[in-house]
Design a protein around this ligand. Structure first.
Ligand SMILES: NC(=O)c1ccc[n+]([C@@H]2O[C@H](COP(=O)([O-])OP(=O)(O)OC[C@H]3O[C@@H](n4cnc5c(N)ncnc54)[C@H](OP(=O)(O)O)[C@@H]3O)[C@@H](O)[C@H]2O)c1
Length: 261
């Protein structure tokens, strides 16, 4: 059993991969974790599993592309557990292809999910979640090394993540005097269901097998392997601590050396 504290952490997209590992880590450290994702069954089963592990967990269905859903997600968390102390904007999607062939719908959905979703949820946490009135808080956006360097066949994704890094820097500077820090965590290649879908997409685009794509990607990573969701969550866990109070408006990589800036 973990010792529960009064801190409420909202984590979007926490039924899988990096978001799930983050919910586990913050929950084990005593935060109340309130999670959201589109799949209702996955939200329910994830909350159940976290509770079985002794974590104070709850959650609702959430689509970060939907204003009303975001409002309801934050409102429900606040009504049940009080104001928001930590927001982890993790929900995101991959998406790309040959840029000249990218359809409007794909472009807009990647930007809506990865960029507008971060803005929507952050604004809601600042207002309904009362973070704008606090003298301490943490906003952590899961961006990507693709938010710092261009990814071939990933223009919409790369554009959305660069924008998340810019949003993070601007809001971090704006809120710095308040004690609410805002940072981006930029994973490189992390072994999650999304990573598997990405490899499948490149295998099709390059007429290669998924194993060949994995070998090619691993060769690009100085560490020689994908990072784990737990390694990404570890940095989120550090940024949440008091020791990280002077880290704000930064975009920090967890990438096995893939990104150098
Ligand atoms: N894996 C990597 O290599 C990697 C690298 C760099 C950055 N990232 C970033 O890390 C974050 C998490 O990625 P992951 O690899 O852990 O992905 P994942 O395993 O596919 O998990 C994504 C999570 O987000 C939820 N989600 C997706 N769209 C959503 C929406 N519109 N509204 C609310 N929730 C939504 C999914 O649940 P539902 O589908 O049920 O909604 C799921 O819980 C993303 O922002 C991604 O861009 C990942």
């Amino acid at each position: 059993m973990s010792a529960h504290n009064q801190s409420l952490a909202l984590i979007t997209g926490a039924t899988s991969g990096i978001g799930l590992a983050t919910a586990q880590l913050l929950g084990e450290r005593g935060h109340t974790v309130f999670i959201g994702a589109r799949g209702a069954e996955n939200v329910a089963s994830t909350v159940k599993k976290l509770r079985e592990d002794g974590i104070q967990a709850d959650g609702t269905v959430l689509d970060v592309r939907d204003d009303a859903a975001v409002a309801s997600f934050v409102r429900t968390a606040v009504d049940r557990y009080g104001s928001v102390d930590v927001l982890v904007n993790n929900a995101g999607r991959s998406g790309g292809g040959v840029t000249a062939d990218v359809p409007d719908a794909l472009w807009h959905d990647v930007i809506d999910t990865n960029l507008h979703g971060v803005f929507r949820t952050t604004r809601e946490a600042l207002n309904t979640g009362r973070m704008r009135h606090k003298s301490r808080g943490r906003i952590i956006n899961i961006a990507s090394t693709a938010g710092k360097q261009g990814v071939v066949l990933g223009a919409p994704y790369s554009a959305s993540k660069h924008a998340v890094v810019g949003f993070t820097k601007a809001l971090g500077n704006e809120l710095a005097p308040t004690g609410v820090t805002v940072n981006a965590v930029c994973p490189g290649y992390v072994e999650t269901p999304m990573a598997q879908r990405v490899r499948a997409g490149y295998a099709e685009a390059y007429d290669a097998t998924e194993d060949e794509i994995l070998t090619r990607f691993q060769a690009k990573i100085p560490l020689g392997r994908y990072s784990t969701p737990q390694e990404v969550a570890g940095l989120v866990g550090y940024l949440v601590t008091d020791a990280a109070a002077s880290i704000t408006a930064q975009a920090l990589n967890v990438c096995g050396g893939l990104g150098n800036f």
